[in-house]
Write a protein that binds this ligand. Structure first.
Ligand SMILES: Cc1cc2nc3c(=O)[nH]c(=O)nc-3n(C[C@H](O)[C@H](O)[C@H](O)COP(=O)(O)OP(=O)(O)OC[C@H]3O[C@@H](n4cnc5c(N)ncnc54)[C@H](O)[C@@H]3O)c2cc1C
Length: 505
């Protein structure tokens, strides 16, 4: 194999940014390794079909471990396994957290990761039109635009919100980060734009960029506290590659934690227990897994619901459950389909007002089931473990119901199907939420930034105690932002590239 300066592991949201940006400099020889294939089913391009990708050949097909505080049941935990990674199977919403979310990262010790620090990198990711250039990018690879062809039902829902006095924001990624909004989607001419489409594919003809798909990374090669490269397989053939500068893990919150653990970098007691030799006792690896809990109130429709044109979720709201909060803690999402767990019988035709707690207190983990890199890791988002999350979800459910009962939706509404018109008692509502709540699939935090003993990477995303190794993806977030996570991952990867470029100069 040719010589490389950088090896990037994982061609997901972050990996596509890193590979494309690093290879802009013809002096940098970059290898990008991806476990999944170069492309997937045609439905990957079709926005309303995104849910059909869960469990498909471009999903790793994981499930969580049983969730004790959420009815003891395991939940599907999709993540993309294809060029573009999870950005190739996600719902295409392009939204940042509230500015205070990033200021909290900095205040908690992630110096250099405040909103002001990250803003140039958010802008670098995107091209937007007609937006405030103080906040929004104008010449980046991702083309983000607000929903302009919404489902008629969503317009009725907006009227319901207006009647209830909800503020409306024209751009939740701009100055006004609260209220209802036709959020930005990365759909271009009716087709999904993944990070592979935006960043990687335009760079594929560069002679200094090599992309290897169907290449499963097994572990890092570490000697004398330095990462010398990675061991990976293509089919039955096991290979090694030794970059001259650095290895960057961008395998996502599940994959990056799993690879560090497989390499003996993690909590010593866990590594001993699963038969992996300890290279560095780093207790924070795989800890601190965070995700947004989400559930919904589903209505049977009184008349046929027009087919979805976008991602089934044209309109959202970021709202506060109490006026004294610094930022929204609840997201409400209007979905033009009846979205509920398969274990609950719902209407054939209907719609759902989904809601998520944006700043959960529950903390989970990623652990190994054993030392074999082909064995799925144990994923535990620990949903609703902290009762404060259930309390926020109860408040959110009440908001969703109030909106759903509005006269503005009368022409569409038959009756509330889930939790159902008779469910009002506190205990029944909590039971419903324990059953209906799932993870929103926004895993973060398993290799978090910081300088304290539980942190995994330093302020430049270098793994503590190991030279030549960085992590750059959703796993480095110290805490989950109050928004869907893809836009923040892209900004993190842009910032990581800037660090790598300055380290090399
Ligand atoms: C169904 C779903 C819908 C979502 N919808 C939205 C949305 O609408 N908006 C939003 O903002 N966020 C959404 N998200 C979340 C968002 O897409 C992710 O947070 C983001 O894509 C994560 O980026 P990443 O680079 O950290 O990881 P990923 O994009 O998951 O990339 C990791 C890559 O590493 C590869 N990899 C892992 N392990 C190995 C290994 N051992 N060897 C080689 N390669 C490996 C994977 O195959 C993958 O390609 C959604 C997530 C899901 C699952």
């Amino acid at each position: 194999m040719d010589a490389f300066d950088y090896v990037v592991v994982g061609a997901g949201s972050a990996g596509c940014v890193l590979a494309a940006r690093l290879s802009e400099d013809p002096q940098n020889r970059v290898l990008l390794l991806e476990a999944g294939p170069a492309d997937g089913p045609d439905t990957m391009a079709v926005p309303p079909a995104w849910l059909t990708l869960i469990g498909s050949e471009v999903d790793w097909g994981d499930t969580t471990v049983p969730q004790p505080a959420a009815d003891g049941v395991a939940r599907p935990y999709p993540r993309g396994k294809v060029l573009g990674g999870t950005s190739s199977i996600n719902a295409m919403a392009f939204i940042r957290g509230h500015r205070t979310n990033y200021d909290e990262w900095a205040a908690a010790g992630a110096d250099g990761w405040s909103h002001q620090d990250l803003l140039p990198f958010f802008k670098r990711t995107e091209t937007t039109k007609g937006r405030d250039p103080a906040y929004r990018g104008t010449d980046g690879p991702m083309r983000a635009a607000p929903v302009s062809n919404a489902n008629p039902l969503a317009h009725s829902y907006l009227q319901a919100a207006e009647r209830l006095g909800y503020h409306h924001s024209d751009d939740l990624n701009g100055a006004d980060q609260e209220g209802t909004c036709w959020w930005d989607l990365t759909i271009v001419d009716g087709t999904r734009q993944s990070a592979a489409d935006g960043y990687l594919r335009p760079a594929l003809n560069r002679p200094n960029l090599t992309v290897l798909t169907d290449a499963l990374v097994h572990r890092l090669i570490v000697a004398d506290d330095r990462c010398a490269g990675v061991e990976y397989s293509v089919g039955d053939e096991v290979r090694q590659v030794h970059p001259q500068r650095e290895t960057i893990l961008s395998a996502g919150s599940i994959g990056s934690a799993q690879l560090l653990l497989l390499s003996g970098i993690g909590p010593a007691d866990h590594l001993h227990a699963v038969g992996v030799d300890v290279v560095a006792d780093l207790p924070g690896v795989g800890a601190n897994l965070q995700d947004h809990p989400w559930a919904g109130v589903t209505y049977a429709a009184a008349r046929p619901v027009p087919p979805a044109r976008n991602n089934h979720a044209d309109l959202i709201a970021a709202v506060r459950s109490a006026p004294d909060l610094a930022a929204p803690d609840i997201q409400l999402i209007f979905s033009d389909m009846p979205y509920h767990p398969p274990t609950m019988p719902g209407p054939a035709s209907g719609y759902t007002i989904l809601f998520a707690a944006l700043h959960p207190h529950s903390r989970g983990s990623v652990r190994l089931a054993g030392p074999d890199p082909t064995t799925a890791p144990l994923i535990d988002p620990n949903l609703l473990d902290d009762d404060r999350d259930l309390v926020t979800m109860q408040t959110a459910l009440a908001m969703a119901r109030e909106l759903g009962d509005s006269p503005a939706l009368a022409e569409w509404r038959d009756e509330e199907a889930l939790p159902g018109p008779d469910v009002h008692d506190e205990r029944e509502l909590r039971d419903y939420l324990r059953h209906a709540t799932g993870p929103y699939w926004h895993s973060v935090g398993t290799c978090r930034i910081g300088t304290d003993p539980a942190a995994v990477v330093d302020l430049q995303l270098r793994v503590h105690g190991i030279d030549g190794l960085r992590v750059a993806d959703a796993s480095v977030m110290p805490s989950i932002p109050g928004a869907n996570t893809n836009a923040t991952v892209l900004a993190i990867a842009e910032r990581a590239t800037a660090s790598l470029k300055s380290a090399a100069s």
